[in-house]
Design a protein around this ligand. Structure first.
Ligand code: CO
Length: 136
């Protein structure tokens, strides 16, 4: 069901510093930061030949990554994102398997303008999993 690894997301305490670390330090191509108020985050993407690294920083009050940053002040790995062809079919399949979809269980538009959902880390080996529908 899942396809390519779309990205690995890292919460960072300083987005400019993290972008510089990947851009200047590691010599990767890094996109400009984009605010996603609906998700309570600002993101920048490190573009690698085979996948991406999503740099995440809290935006506004009640950001879903603020707790994570409070618990991990120097930042840390937050989630992995796998591509799926049909996100509603994927959700239906997972729910029948007993997996928990976070939020209201319905896809929302994610950082790439495509539908995404998040799956409960306790159902996936302690890892928060994002599914992103890539047209197929
Ligand atoms: Co993500």
């Amino acid at each position: 069901m899942i396809g390519r690894l779309n990205h690995v997301a890292i919460v960072v305490p300083d987005l400019a510093a993290a972008s510089s670390l990947y851009g200047d330090g590691l010599g990767a191509s890094v996109t400009k930061p984009v605010d996603l108020p609906d998700h309570g985050v600002t993101t920048a993407f490190v573009e690698l030949p085979n996948t991406k690294i999503e740099l995440l920083h809290p935006l506004g009050e009640g950001s879903p990554v603020q707790n994570f940053l409070d618990n991990n002040p120097s930042g840390g790995m937050h989630h992995v994102c796998y591509e799926v062809g049909d996100i509603r079919a994927a959700i239906d399949h997972l729910v029948t398997q007993g997996a928990r979809v976070l939020g209201d269980g319905k896809p929302r538009i994610g950082a790439h303008g495509l539908p995404v959902v998040f799956l409960h880390p306790k159902d996936f080996c302690g890892t928060l999993v994002e599914l992103e529908e890539v047209g197929g």
